[in-house]
Design a protein around this ligand. Sequence first.
Ligand code: G1P
Ligand code: ZN
Length: 560
Amino acid sequence: MAITVKTVQTTPFEGQKPGTSGLRKKVKVFLEKNYTENFVQCILNANGSEISGSLLVLGGDGRFYCKEASELIVKICAANGVSKVLVGQNGILSTPAVSSLIRHNNALGGIVLTASHNPGGPDNDFGIKFNCRNGGPAPDEVTNEIYKLSTQIKEYKIVDGLTIDLGKLGVNNFEVEGKPFVVEVIDSVANYVNHMKEIFDFAKLKDFVSGASNGKPLKMRIDSMNGVTGPYVNDIFVNCLGASKDFVVHTTPLSDFGGLHPDPNLTYAKDLVDTVAKGDYDIGAAFDGDGDRNMIIGRSAFFVTPSDSLAVIAHYLECIPYFKKNGITGYARSMPTASAVDLVAKKLGKEIFEVPTGWKYFGNLMDANRLCLCGEESFGTGSNHIREKDGIWAVLAWLSIMQHTGKSIEDILKAHWAAYGRNYFTRYDYEECDLDPCNEMMATMEKLITSSEFVGKEYSSGGKTYKVKVADNFSYTDPVVNTVSTKQGLRIVFEDGSRIVMRLSGTGSSGATVRLYIDSYEKDNVLGKASEMLKPLIDIALEISQLPKYTGRNAPTVIT
Ligand code: G1P
Ligand code: ZN
């Protein structure tokens, strides 16, 4: 079919600035005339001449507007000289699957349609993110360029006459102004499942799940929260590992996530937590909308903080065939993540990196072969098998560790704390606050903590006293490319290694979300109740930041 390109005049929209992870706005905003078109055109333009003749991967988490946006993006790609688009069936691909596909197909990049863990549906959020050739989220240089272009855009290109059935697997050939253009609708899960089979020992895990290896079938509860992971979970845990169908729930991706807030934490994955708390499951796990986040809980809903999860996986990494084969390089975590993994790195003599919030900061280190495992406190865990965090990968890693040690999740954690000490950790989120007072709060706090007399100051609460050792607005120099990222969060480090971190979210779609992170290290007192152990430092953080005064909030919206 021969088709012609149409050039449409447009004007810039304000605020098309990608945040921590792509551009996220309300669906209604993306539906404004030319809004999505403008942004997609800017993504393509930011790639310069490389777009011509390129291969791109396209897909999203199945939320409202995903399918329509996929169809639209295919038309814009066709008009801009892209030669092939690999698109997930019905526009469905998890974020880790996109990353894997980009790498396996040597694509120029991928366009991921997701607002991750933000609620979906016509009144909620949508998002568009660009991933580069290495499979990872575009770094700041690229997102800054996209933003700059979005403030100058005058026209976009589209081929209106191109229609494809995204529900039908197969190759669709077109000719756009004399040049071939191919859209291949691919199975959303096959490539990813094969990738997992290369990393983990599925035969061993299958015996473990069925009980063939130890006479005790594993009871698991995997909750996809109506997000994109459902089909992946069914294939991996049920079809490949032989788990009972009853062990996997909410596995049909729904455009509004069935009203769930698809964020795997103790607040939003309540159904999972309540079920595992009263039942006798050995492991519970949940994922977010696009499948890159994970939460792990043990029997009786024993909670594994993401920071601890990272440290434990780091400790046992060799039990996963992929790492045994490829070797273990360095570890990394985002700055607000508790420093439990640092202790493992130190013991094992590995490099450890502390990067700003956002998975994009891990990519260069992985590409330079200095990093093989990393994580964020925000329920993100992953490795250099791709350039995104990977929820299902994390569960497979935990199953491997359970199989390897023969221990329960709680016992694995207790042994870990006994060996390394424990980083008690919590994050308080204050969602949808007014932006101006939050900016003022951050500015005032920054001034206070960076003043010369702040270091050495003592703060007391609940019988504990903390002395300030270092305080700053975190800045990071990428060790590979030497780019500097400034103002990445206010940080107060105390003499005993405990830390208070405060930053504003970069992923919200309206207002400001304040994140307060508390990391309190105990060498010996490792079996305390986290909320009690953390209380003194929380009170000190509220006092220093004056958060209740600025936000008008007496309690956080979410505690993790
Ligand atoms: C949040 C998390 C961050 C994560 C990002 C994308 O960003 O805090 O760790 O990388 O979502 O999943 P924030 O809203 O804090 O900017
Ligand atoms: Zn996500």
